[in-house]
Ligand binder design. Structure first.
Ligand code: SER
Length: 324
């Protein structure tokens, strides 16, 4: 497909979500119309060869602006972020990447009157004072992590740009995202992905949170679906914009282990909780996503059993071929 006059920009395209969102966007809009960017170099063939890739630090406003100008960008999926675990180790970096990066994108989008911006948020906006079960979308937002602080601020900034400048900014609060393509990095919910790699490779895993830890999770196909469904929604149907709760499944580590054992009976999980336990304990167990269901028809497709079966099926051949 040849380049249309207006293109889509993805920041953080090499990350866990960006690396799967970019190919889906390229499939939909044409390889040359989706500009993948990241501070890192691309590892997958899709990102490297199938369409344009540019190295980009989202803290560099001039560099973002130059790419938006060069490719005549109309929509930005701003996926670049530092997650909760890394954010506690490097709070200054999390502040800079997550908030300076977002301000850069919002300011450029306002100035150039871009069509739409996707700005992801997270269950990390919640904190220990938030009701932990079926947490409503509008509730106490007093996170205790730097990541959560940047995400609450990001939601408020996005809504401010909607109300003040009429910019179309949208975002969901992603739960822990489970996927087989690109491992996540630096998040508290990463155990729910790591466990699959270890179950297949060594049949043992040492988990960094307790067995009874329950968090909201989602399988990547549902994560991509939520992202695209919200971006496709008619503006008139949206009363909220940047803070949608989206629920899919919630389970304890023990429940995940039992499900994996149905496929790999020898699998053993041990537990050595570290600093991420406190982060997990400050987040809800389940969230109520009624506004997303009502305003843009959100419905997840995977549950714990179907996600586990699909993860193992996708990951097993990949790990086998990487050992060769
Ligand atoms: N997966 C993220 C993290 O654990 C939460 O959004 O940091």
């Amino acid at each position: 497909m040849t380049r249309s006059t207006r293109c889509i920009l993805v920041t953080g395209a090499c990350g866990q979500i960006g690396s799967e969102l970019t190919p889906v966007l390229r499939e939909r809009y044409g390889d040359d119309n989706v500009i993948a960017t990241d501070i890192r170099s691309p590892e997958t063939a899709c990102l490297r060869d199938q369409g344009p890739f540019e190295q980009l630090n989202v803290c560099d406003r001039g560099a973002i602006d130059a790419i938006i100008e060069r490719y005549d960008i109309h929509t930005v999926y701003h996926m670049a972020a530092i997650l909760s675990g890394t954010g506690e180790e490097k709070p200054n970096l999390a502040w800079n990447v997550n908030l300076r990066g977002l301000m850069n994108v919002l300011e450029i989008a306002r100035g150039r009157q871009l069509f739409r911006v996707f700005s992801p948020s997270s269950i990390a906006v919640f904190g220990p004072e938030t009701p932990p079960d079926y947490t409503p979308q509008t509730t106490i937002l007093q996170p205790t992590t730097m990541y959560g602080i940047t995400k609450v601020t990001g939601e408020l900034l996005g809504e401010y740009y909607v109300q003040r400048f009429g910019l179309d900014v949208r975002g969901v609060r992603y739960p822990g995202v489970i996927s087989s393509e690109t491992p996540p990095g630096g998040g508290t919910t990463d155990y729910a992905v790591d466990i699959f790699y270890h179950a297949l490779q060594s049949k043992r895993y040492t988990c960094f949170v307790r067995p009874d830890t329950v968090l909201p999770m989602m399988y990547m196909p549902d994560c991509i679906k939520a992202t695209l469904d919200l971006m496709d929604a008619d503006s008139d149907s949206l009363r909220d914009h940047c803070n949608f709760n989206i629920a899919s499944m919630s389970f304890s580590v023990e429940q995940l282990c039992s499900e994996i054992k149905k496929h790999i009976p020898e699998f053993v999980c041990e537990y050595e909780p570290d600093f991420r336990q406190a982060i997990a304990d400050s987040w809800p167990r389940t969230v109520d996503d009624a506004p997303a269901r009502e305003q843009w028809g959100w419905r997840p497709q995977f549950d714990l059993a179907s996600m586990t079966a699909d993860m193992l099926e996708k990951l097993a051949p990949r790990l086998k071929s990487s050992r060769r």
